[in-house]
Design a protein around this ligand. Sequence first.
Ligand code: GLA
Length: 688
Amino acid sequence: MLYGADYNPDQWPEEVWDEDVRLMQEAGVNIVSLGIFAWSRIQPAEDVWDFAWLDTVIEKLHAGGIAVNLATATASPPPWVSARYPETLPTDENGASYWPGSRQHFAPSSPVYRRLAGELVRRIAERYARHPAVVMWHVGNEFGCHLPMDFSDAARDAYRVWLRRKYDDDIAALNDAWGTSFWSQRYGSFEEVFPPRLAPYSHNPSSMLDYRRFTSDMLLECYLLEREILLEAGATQPITTNFMGPFKPADYRRWAPFMDVIADDCYPDPANPHRVRDAAFQRDLIRSLKPGVPWLLWEQATDAVNWRPSNPGKRPGALMAESAQSIARGADGIMFFQWRQSRAGSEKFHSAMLPHAGTGTRVWNAVTELGARLAALPELPAPGRDARVALVFDWESWWAVEERDHPTRVDYLALSLEWYGALHARGLLVDIVAPEDVDDGYDLVLAPALYLLRDAGAAALTRFVAAGGTLLTGPFSDIVDEHDQFRDGGFLTQLGPVLGLRFEDFGALAGATTGGTGVGAQGAHIADSASAGAVAFTLEGSSFSGRLVAETVHPMGAEVVAAFADGLAVGRPALTRHPYGEGEAWYVATQPVADGLDAVVAAVIEASGVRPVVDDLPADVEVARRGDLVTLINHGDVDAEVSIEGTDAESGRAVDRLSLASQEVRFILAPAGPASRRVSARVDASAL
Ligand code: GLA
């Protein structure tokens, strides 16, 4: 189990470094991410290089038994770069420059930035690739975090190259894909295409989708360029960068194959009532990016952050509870931003392992306790194919469904979290996958708002149901193809036969919104939805409401389980089920509110026969399975009782019933029953 933090010794005089190593040992730290923002210290001017300080720090850490995850330091170009090469600066959609003075002020497609960053990485790699202290490489930092899109001239030039490659140098193919007959947008050549800079009105949505793909690819290219240089210099250590969970600008599913190990930054908001659910979703998403390979929690806060409007600290015990949530869901490393609290700069109020107030503090005690407990854990099983439930979450669909000019505004992440929440609350372990990854290793699949559905995704979902799976999909799904264009034949063209439905109309509800802004490393929490428009439906004798839309769908073989009680679609199906092949496909024609969603999900769980990790889970107790390891966490404020037969992984004692105090964590070895299917073929052998 790795335990440690980002370490920024370049912010401190040399006298402090020895104390750092001593206190790291006291806290149980065994790894640090070193020098993430040290570019200006390593290369203070274009032809001046200073590695002496870094040599010293690495030697001290090595002598102290602390491993180094060495950064490539490319995330914040020094002032001389911006002053001498202004063409490296990114611009916003108005053409205004993002200026230096903060961090991440580089245009990812800028050839000059790439050349300068590449030279820095080459020098670092050549010097340290064979150093025994260096066990891993940290490329860049949170690619795209502050700058989700760049509209600079560098981006313009790179975009044209990217489009030429995508459309085989055939401008007619681009015109087809973007539907440019609309509004006189037909392009005569790739040189006529610009990034979607400020325009009088809506940009072509198909072009927006390509620009998002391009943006994700440019950030990935920066990572790959550095990775290539590290490998050329003889690096044999795992190479990675830090992800930010469900981060909209970067399609991490395309990135994952290039990470030797997935590392994630996660900052649950103590004020978010759904923080446990949201963080569980993030960790499940991260685990699902590289099935079978443990991932690393690369950054979390020991206490308060500095970047929300108000920054409360964590409740007592939450540090252990939140760390255990990661371990339970596949992590083999628990790390923080950062080791020692800064005394200057924008993050001086951000908590750290070593607070500015020193070691006689609540935070230091929590940090050392956590370190001791992690160090004493037995070796944990690798996360296997433990989940029998999957939630479909797709970046391209996310990008497309949130474009403007739709029947209603959908906050895709907020909606996915709501659907996930109904599974999480029941103690079901969930993989979070692309539609193409759905296979018969799952028994139940939920696919909310799958607006953009690629042919291969539709085929996988169809095969899944035909082979005996249970599918629940819902409003605003299967609307467009991969170019964000309607397919011929209306809507639900791919899944209609599986669902036994014909789709007629969206039935947007007035003023409906999903609310919220998303999670992620530095996102705000999801606000509870407040919708003006609502529709009623009755399920198993109880009345519920739906929001966003009340679609008109016609059964073509599907059984109507619930019907709308009011609105334009009154009497029409609100929830349907349809046997298809060996399985069954359900459709909900609105976004059910709270209890309604819970009731709908309960119905499909029942139909699918999937069982939770433990039965009768008390509210606020979280459970997850990782191979034979079952982790139980009481996130609530009162004691809770859970029945589970197994062996306590820490004490070795047999258990059958547990009493968990508030924030208490127990790790129990309890082999999965025969009902749990295992598919070892998906396990990637390139484990850390
Ligand atoms: C991110 C960054 C860190 C730091 C933290 C603060 O995760 O990677 O450098 O800014 O946020 O929460």
